[in-house]
Design a binder for this molecule. Structure first.
Ligand code: K7E
Ligand code: CUA
Length: 665
């Protein structure tokens, strides 16, 4: 090959490219190498290696909480069939506290020698103890329609109970059982000044839970709504000042209290106006079809202030100790009205100014917006039509302000500070943002869908920051999803719930999922989110010897110097103090058959200086927070040697914080 032909050949081209490439490797190769391996201290390198997008980085920056910094909000989420409540910090989504409510919880000593009195308050009829629950709807106490950070209430759907939690120590103080009903649902929203805690029933049944055959459903079964009087001073529900209203045996579902212009009223959706009874085995439609035959059910519109007057005037009947306004009395006194609501409704949520009520039909792609003013005008003008039980029905033409098509399976609605509403879409597994067209919100946008964001997966409730009050904060929303499917590493067939933090701070359709939090407990239905600075919990109990049930110094509290074991026949009193790293006394020598009353007072004043107390075999397990005093009782049924010990690693000599109880045969 001549040199000329060589320079024109493919071989020359190949050699030239190879030489050029080798030269390039020499010149820029090492630099390219650096950027591939990178400086491991450079966050951009890490982000690049993990393939994080700008949106991911924004989410990380918005949710990361440096050690020692504190969250801006606290979310109280129901624990579903765990029976508890969870306090979660936002925006970090860190679990801050499990609050034992209906279910014993060993690490807080609840139901293992302490809290027995509270748990016993929720006994089922006939004294049979129920130690589980299906919590659905937490409700923070309110002053003038805004959260005041003092109390938290939650219902037990399974057993129609309501619990009271004191937010000074985040502990449950009271459980009441509704004597009229087996289960409830749409509680526990509160009236704007926490005058009452609202507890509607769920599945129709005879009031007082007497037997009646299913064939008598129409006549013998009833619905109900209970107004539990909350005595702030006492920190307790007062059943003697509480009352209920008898309702037709439709299935009352979720209620929300009116506020501002609609203060004094309560709105509840319902379903099964068909009075379907199931019985597929007898050729009836199955429940899920039978209950959804009608194109509309009834939104219940209840004047609770007028009902209170009827109750105070004594125009009630007593059922199982509960004062009940009968259906006839409610109708006579204009306490109760209906207006139709579209297919299979779920959720009735009052807008911040109290002027609109938002209802979602699970089988209707719209939300329906009712105008409180229109409803009042219709009542004023007189309502002719009634249902089969005589309850006046306001027509939809006279009550509805607007309908907005959002998507499939709308359930629950919350609000922000920009005039937007947010509705969960169960079937679309998304959250919709839409504008409230009323003059108080976004009249310039009208009633329109603004955008939707997919969530993972099957959202039930959503909670926006203070999003059901007269003054929502906006900024954050949490989507409480039933299914997590592929969002977390697999832990077998039972998966956690997925609580997703969503940024709603920007307008239009700019929502962004920021964080996925697995919650490995029962299904969280509803949650409420409160600004952290509205909460003012104690660092330690106010005084040594504190009884958290009575929120005062216990008359049994033990002071240093007066410890000991005291005998009076078969009754033994143990008086003990706990302080790092010592129980006094260290020896408790008793005899089989003794009745033992044992008080332990934690005399610490240092924050977080909690001691545990475990007494194996006798099933005692306590948590003694600084200042706390607990008294428990048992019968010494088994002889032997029982070492008791502290379960909190409280000091370097924690393992030595123990003692011996000997039980002589
Ligand atoms: Cu929709 Cu009990 Cu409020 Cu569950 S309920 S999601
Ligand atoms: Cu007290 Cu360990």
């Amino acid at each position: 090959m001549s040199s000329k032909r060589f320079f024109q050949s493919k071989l020359f081209l190949f050699v030239a490219v190879a030489v050029l490439a080798a030269a390039l490797v020499v010149v820029i190769g090492p630099k390219a190498d650096t950027s591939a391996q990178g400086d491991p201290l450079d966050w951009q390198t890490i982000a690049e290696e993990r393939g994080l997008t700008d949106a991911d980085l924004r989410a990380a920056v918005m949710t990361y909480m440096p050690s020692g910094q504190l969250d801006e909000y606290v979310m109280f989420a129901s624990g579903g069939h765990s029976g508890q409540v969870f306090a979660i910090g936002l925006p970090s989504m860190r679990l801050l506290r499990t609050i034992a409510v209906f279910t014993p919880e060993p690490w807080q000593g609840y139901g293992y020698g302490a809290g027995e009195e509270v748990l016993a308050g929720g006994n089922m009829l006939d004294g049979q103890e129920v130690r589980w629950a299906d919590t659905h709807h937490p409700a923070l106490s309110e002053t003038n329609g805004d959260y005041d950070g003092q109390w938290l209430f939650i219902n037990d759907k399974a057993n129609a109970r309501v619990a009271v939690i004191d937010l000074r120590d985040f502990e449950t103080k009271q459980i009441v059982k509704n004597p009229l009903y087996l289960n409830d649902h749409g509680g526990t929203k509160v009236t704007p000044n926490t005058e009452y805690i609202i507890e509607p029933g769920q599945y129709g049944m005879p009031l007082g839970n007497e037997f009646a055959p299913l064939s008598d459903y129409e006549e013998a079964y009833r619905g109900m709504i209970t107004f539990w009087k909350f005595d702030r001073e006492a920190g307790r529900i007062d059943q003697s000042r509480s009352f209920a209203i008898e309702l037709p045996p439709y299935w009352q579902d979720l209620c929300d209290a009116g506020k501002l212009v609609s203060d004094g009223w309560v709105f509840c959706n319902s379903f099964n106006t068909e009075l379907a009874l199931g019985g597929i085995e007898e050729g009836n439609p199955p429940f899920e079809a039978g209950v959804s035959q009608n194109t509309t059910d009834f939104l219940h519109i209840i004047n609770w202030r007028a009902a209170e007057e009827v109750f105070l005037a004594g125009d009630t009947v007593e059922i199982n100790g509960m004062q009940v306004i009968t259906l006839d009395t409610a109708i006579e006194n204009n306490l109760l009205f209906f207006t139709p609501e579209p297919r299979s409704p779920h959720g009735a949520d009052v807008a911040p100014y109290g002027d609109f009520i938002i209802v979602s039909g699970k089988l209707d792609p719209h939300v329906t917006i009712y105008s409180f003013q229109k409803i009042m005008d219709a009542i004023e003008a007189g309502v002719e039509e009634t249902d089969q039980y005589g309850v006046p029905i306001i027509s939809m033409e006279d009550s509805v302000e607007a309908q907005v098509e959002l998507g499939l399976g709308p359930l629950h609605t919350e609000f922000d500070n920009q005039g937007y509403a947010y509705t969960s879409l169960f079937l679309d597994t998304a959250v919709a943002r839409w504008s409230l067209g009323g003059e108080n919100y976004r009249p310039e946008d009208g009633w329109t869908l603004q955008g939707t964001i997919p969530v993972q997966y099957n959202v039930g409730h959503i909670a926006a920051a203070e999003g059901d009050t007269v003054d929502p904060d906006g900024g954050y929303l949490v989507s409480l999803n039933k299914w997590s499917v592929d969002r977390f590493l697999s832990t077998g067939p039972l998966l956690p719930q997925n609580l997703q933090l969503v940024d709603i701070s920007q307008g239009g359709d700019s929502m962004q999922v920021l964080y996925d939090m697995p919650l490995t407990a029962g299904e969280p239905h509803y949650a409420q989110i409160i600004k952290a600075d509205k909460l003012n919990p104690w660092d330690v109990y106010p005084e040594i010897g504190w009884d958290p049930v009575t929120q005062s110094v216990s008359p049994d509290a033990v002071e240093p110097g007066e410890e000991g074991v005291f005998r009076d026949g078969n009754n033994v009193t143990v008086r003990m103090t706990a302080v790092r790293s010592h129980f006094t006394p260290e020896r408790v020598e008793i005899r089989k058959g003794d009745r033992v009353t044992w008080t332990i007072t934690n005399i610490e004043r240092a924050r977080d200086a909690t001691h545990g107390f475990a007494l194996p075999y006798y099933n005692i397990n306590l948590s003694l927070e600084p200042g706390e005093s607990i008294t428990f009782e048992f019968e010494a049924t088994r002889d032997g040697v029982f070492s008791y010990y502290c379960t909190e690693f409280c000091s370097a000599l924690h393992l030595e914080m123990m003692g011996y109880m000997t039980v002589q045969p």
